[in-house]
Structures are given as structure tokens and as C-alpha cells.
Design a protein around this ligand. Structure first.
Ligand code: GTP
Length: 597
């Protein structure tokens, strides 16, 4: 296809504003897929995405469209992940296209992820077509939302397209706007090959599949290629496009988006943002802006049943093959035995991986408190990157500790603003900006990532009844008065419950954790002290009273089936418990104890 007849675009939207529904409708309207094969939310392939309604991996589809002017166009849609954890992937896929449809739910208005994503599109110099969705709903207010788009984002929304992705209103107008309002790609077919590696994933039949955008030159089946960042070399086995099922083609030229397979062993061997060129007569400079994605949130994953350690290793290795941004190393914990210290891009990423291990590999897990990477500067001038509070060096040898900070943007209806400010303040936030757009406030806070990784988002949702939206980016490291707090159960430190806290908040956190644990740990035949301590000094304490003998006595004698049932229940419960010295701690305690109410 000649460049003038190609349009490449992505759809940016806040979650639930209708991105996937609109994509489905565009595919349907252009008869890309027969009605029989059309199923809801075609682009969200993985089960877990379907259930959670979130798009995790970028997907793509090539649509052929004959416009009202009679010309035939190829439209490539790259579907980008909408969640902050995957911001880097979003920014790369934005660089692979020239324009964006900005979908805003006309009953809701602009939200935090709308902003985060549209700014990425603006950074990538996109032409942006605003699309107001859900006009079929009575609460739709297009004029207000158009005005809000102009006020908050600062782009012209006077010719925003009004659609209902659900009922199909305005879809034709969207297709015409893609053709007439978005620019065609540029590129030189005779220049050395430069293709951007936009995404890659593991396909059980084909092995690793790589999504590419050709910038310059041509890529053909059988070509010998080289990845410019990793230096790896491969022969192209297969080349094609997504419609959205894979269809082989002979070559891809400038402006085109498609896939290749090349006997690449594992997804880890590919780097999103890398430049692919020919091994011979290749490009001399890679595309700008490549950066490897690095994990920012760490936690331990341990099998509840220590006999499942090898299964867990197997599961983690398999998942890691398919996810270069997920890191892991073996860890041993005095309390939990053998497991893995894993690094994730963010909390959602953590949850997705943990869910997949539990669901797809059927392993019960104990997840330890998520933590961030601390920078520890020692008095002797050396430097430690701390991934696990359990590995904290001797405090007397530490000069100072720095923690990662974020810039958080929160959009919230006025009536909840007070609660949001309080929440941010409680989490050691520093307010940086507060502006209004209609009846919504936009607040910007500088916050420690450590105060956000755990339950900040849940708390935000609950204090605002779900009306707040939130987005963040890492800004850098800053020193603060941070200490390691240990939890002792029956005088034994439980390493998996160690956390880094700010000194001023340690008592409060320690007390809250001890109280929670007191409720979560079942009574034993003896009295159990539960303590929080900093460097050997106890700062909070609770005591779990001993079980009275006559309570268990009730279980003896009497109805045999009842006794059996009780025993079974006990066994099932035991499975979820871990022994610490003489004390059984249920697995939910590891997460619940850290939640702040
Ligand atoms: P993710 O891709 O999962 O991030 O979300 P999304 O933006 O793609 O939202 P999705 O397409 O899944 O739509 C969210 C919900 O809104 C679904 O229940 C849709 O059926 C509904 N929806 C989408 N478009 C419309 C519309 O035009 N009108 C109405 N009434 N509902 C719509």
C-alpha cells in the first residue's frame, strides 16, 4: 500500500469509557471479521483481561476501508494498555502511530487516565480526534464534556464526533475522520530497514510473535535481521498482518504495522522499543528513546504448601518467559521457607501475575507486603539498593536512606475533595497543584511511592465512592527518616512482615498491625505476645489470650459426623496456615495486617 493510503492510530480512553467497544464496532462496520466470528471485545484475548475488563497487552488490527471519496485505505489500529503500570508500553505504541482517537464517555467526562494517555499522544505529536461516546444514554452531556476537553486538555473539541459505540451511531463518521483528519505516515522504502519493536508475546503454536512498525525500508520473509539494542540476530520465518486473525504477507513497507516470527526462544529476548534492522546493510543508528522497563514494586511469593515450591518455580519461569518486565530471584525466609522475590511494574502487574499463578497453575500463594526499592547510603561511602526490608543493613552503619517519590494526579468531584486531601496528607503527600474544571477538582501531589503501593488506590476509591481517578509517574528519589519495623509473634521476628516506615508514623503503623494480627491469628493453647519493634526497641504490643481448655472439650464425644466435619474444616484451614515457631499464622494475615484503615 502506498503511504498516502495508510492511517495508523490508537484509541486513548479512561477505563470503561468504551475503547474496546468502539474498536469492535470499527472492525464490524468494515466487515473485517464475518458476523459469525465477531464476538464481544474481540481484542481482549486473555481470560483475565475479560474478567477484569482491562486490556493488558497491546493488540493490533488492520482494517480495510473504502471511504466516501471512493479511495481504498488501510487503517491500522494499535490497542494500548490503559493502566499506569504499563505506561512505557503505551508510550512506545504511541510512537508507532500518527494519530489517536480520544474517547471520552459523555456521561462522565475527562478522567485521570484520559489525561495520562492523551498527554502521551500529544508527546508523540499525534493528531487527535475527540470522540464523545455513549450518547445513547440519557445522562450524556456532549456540550459539557466537549468544553471540559478544551479546558482541561487544551485541544479543540468543537468538531468532536458524537457516537454510541454500543448502538453503532456515528461509527461511519469516525472512519471518515480517521481517513481525513489523521495524517498519513512518512518513511523511505529505499532507506536501510528501521522497524520498531512495538510488542511481543508468546504464542503456543508460533513461539514468540513480534509486533513491528516499519519506519524505513522493507522487511521480507527470510530476511536476516538484527535487534539493535540487544544485538541478537535472527532469520524471519513468517511475516504478516492481523485482521485480526493472522494473515501472511510477503513484505511490510514503510508505514505498515504487522508481525514477524523468527525462532526467538523467549519473550525476554525481545525489548519493547528496540529497533530491528537488517544484519547486512542495516541502519547505523537506532530509533530514539529506547529504555528498558524496570520493576518498581517488589514482593515475596511463597507457596502455602512448601511441597509446591518446585511447581511455583516452574510457573514463575514460564510466566517470565512471556514478560520481560517481570523479574524474580529465589528467596528464603525464616518464616516462610523457600520462595521468590519478584519485581513488578506496579500493583496491577503484581496482582495479574499472582492471579495467574493461583489460577492457571493452581498454587496457593503467600504474598508478602509489597515494597519499593530504597537507596541506602552507608557511612563508609558504599551504596545498597534494598529490594527487601529483610535485607536491611545494620542501621548504625547507615548514613541516610532515600525512597522513590511520585507525582500523582487525581481527578475528583468537589464533594469528595476534602477526603482526598486528607488521604494524601496522611500518606506524607505534599500538595503541588489544585485546579477546577467544572464541578471536578484536579489535585497534584508529590507522594512517596511506598505509601501508594499498598492500599492507596483502594482507599481512594472508597473515600470517593469510586468517583476519583488516579494516575502517577515516578519522579525520583529523596531522603527521609525511614526505619525498618519488625513484627515479633511469640518473641520470634516474622521476617515476611518486616516493612520500611517513616519514623514519625512507625508507632501508629505498628499499633495498627499488632491489633490486626491479634484478630487474625487464632488463639492457641498458650498466650501469644505480638509486638512491633524498631532495632530491638518495642514500640507497640498486643497479647493474644490463651485458648481455654474447656472450649476444645466441646469437640470431643457427641456426633461423629459433626466431629468429622470439624476435622475437615480444620484441615482445610491448616492448609492456609503457616507455622512460626509454635504459632500458626493464616496467610491472609500477611496482607491484611498491612492494610491501613
Ligand atoms: P478497557 O478496554 O477494558 O480499558 O475499557 P474500555 O474503555 O474498552 O471499555 P469497554 O469498551 O469495555 O466499555 C465499558 C462499558 O461501557 C461496557 O459495559 C460497554 O458495554 C459500555 N459501553 C461502551 N460503549 C457504550 C455506548 O456507546 N453506550 C452505552 N450505553 N454503553 C457503552
Amino acid at each position: 500500500t502506498d503511504l498516502a493510503h495508510i492511517r495508523n492510530f490508537s484509541i486513548v480512553a479512561h477505563i470503561d469509557h468504551g475503547k474496546s467497544t468502539l474498536a469492535d464496532r470499527l472492525i464490524q462496520e468494515t466487515n473485517t471479521v464475518s458476523a459469525r466470528d465477531m464476538k464481544e471485545q474481540l481484542l481482549d484475548a486473555m481470560d483475565i483481561e475479560r474478567e477484569r475488563g482491562i486490556t493488558i497487552k497491546a493488540n493490533t488490527v488492520r482494517i480495510e476501508y473504502t471511504a466516501d471519496n471512493g479511495e481504498h485505505y488501510v487503517l491500522n489500529l494499535i490497542d494500548t494498555p490503559g493502566h499506569v503500570d504499563f505506561a512505557y508500553e503505551v508510550s512506545r505504541s504511541m510512537r508507532a502511530v500518527e494519530g489517536s482517537l480520544l474517547v471520552v464517555d459523555s456521561t462522565q467526562g475527562v478522567e485521570a487516565q484520559t489525561l495520562a494517555n492523551v498527554y502521551q499522544a500529544i508527546d508523540a505529536d499525534h493528531e487527535i480526534v475527540p470522540v464523545l461516546n455513549k450518547i445513547d444514554l440519557p445522562a450524556s452531556d456532549c456540550d459539557r464534556v466537549a468544553e471540559q476537553i478544551e479546558d482541561v486538555i487544551g485541544i479543540d473539541a468543537s468538531d468532536a464526533i458524537r457516537v454510541s459505540a454500543k448502538s453503532g451511531i456515528g461509527i461511519h463518521e469516525v472512519l471518515e475522520a480517521i481517513v481525513h483528519r489523521l495524517p498519513a505516515p512518512t518513511g523511505d522504502a529505499n532507506a536501510p530497514l528501521k522497524a520498531m519493536l512495538v510488542d511481543s508475546w508468546y504464542d503456543p503454536y508460533l513461539g514468540v510473535v513480534v509486533l513491528v512498525r516499519i519506519m524505513d525500508g522493507k522487511l521480507r520473509k527470510g530476511d536476516q535481521i538484527k535487534m539493535m539494542q540487544t544485538g541478537a540476530r535472527y532469520g524471519v520465518d513468517r511475516i504478516g498482518v492481523f485482521r485480526p486473525v493472522m494473515q501472511n504477507v510477503d513484505e511490510l513497507g514503510p508505514g505498515e504495522i504487522g508481525f514477524i516470527t523468527a525462532s526467538i526462544k523467549q519473550v525476554r529476548d525481545t525489548r519493547v522499543g528496540d529497533t530491528i534492522t537488517h544484519e547486512k546493510k542495516g541502519a547505523d543508528k537506532p530509533l530514539p528513546g529506547f529504555k528498558p522497563s524496570v520493576p518498581v514494586v517488589f514482593c515475596g511469593l511463597f507457596p502455602v504448601d512448601s511441597a509446591e515450591f518446585e511447581d511455583l518455580r516452574d510457573a514463575i519461569e514460564k510466566l517470565a518467559l512471556n514478560d520481560a518486565s517481570f523479574s524474580y530471584e529465589m528467596e528464603t525466609s525464616a518464616a516462610l521457607g523457600f520462595g521468590f522475590r519478584c519485581g513488578f511494574l506496579g500493583l496491577l502487574h503484581l496482582e495479574v501475575i499472582r492471579d495467574r499463578i493461583e489460577r492457571e497453575y493452581d498454587i496457593d500463594l503467600i504474598t508478602t507486603a509489597p515494597s519499593v526499592i530504597y537507596h541506602i547510603y552507608m557511612k563508609d561511602g558504599s551504596f545498597v539498593e534494598l529490594h527487601n526490608p529483610a535485607d536491611m543493613p545494620d542501621p548504625s552503619k547507615i548514613d541516610h536512606i532515600e525512597e522513590p517519590r511520585i507525582k500523582a494526579t487525581i481527578l475528583v468531584p468537589d464533594e469528595f475533595l476534602g477526603d482526598v486531601l486528607k488521604l494524601c496528607q496522611d500518606r506524607r503527600g505534599i500538595q503541588q497543584d489544585l485546579t477546577y474544571a467544572g464541578s471536578r477538582a484536579m489535585v497534584v501531589y508529590d507522594l512517596p511511592l511506598n505509601e501508594v503501593v499498598f492500599d492507596f488506590y483502594d482507599r481512594l476509591k472508597s473515600v470517593t465512592k469510586g468517583y476519583a481517578s488516579f494516575d502517577y509517574q515516578l519522579t525520583g528519589y529523596r531522603a527521609d527518616n525511614l526505619v525498618k519495623m519488625q513484627i515479633l509473634v511469640n518473641d520470634e521476628p516474622v521476617d515476611a512482615l518486616s516493612t520500611m516506615v517513616h519514623r514519625d508514623r512507625a508507632e501508629m503503623r505498628g499499633r495498627a498491625m499488632c491489633e490486626k494480627l491479634k484478630d487474625l491469628i487464632p488463639r492457641h493453647m498458650f498466650k501469644i505476645p505480638i509486638q512491633a519493634a524498631i532495632g530491638g526497641k518495642v514500640i507497640a504490643r498486643e497479647t493474644l489470650a490463651a485458648l481455654r481448655k474447656d472450649v476444645t472439650a466441646k469437640c470431643y464425644g457427641g456426633d461423629v459426623t459433626r466431629k468429622k466435619k470439624l476435622l475437615e474444616k480444620q484441615k482445610a484451614g491448616k492448609k492456609k496456615m503457616r507455622q512460626f515457631g509454635k504459632v500458626d499464622i493464616p496467610q491472609e494475615a500477611f496482607i491484611s495486617a498491612l492494610k491501613m484503615d
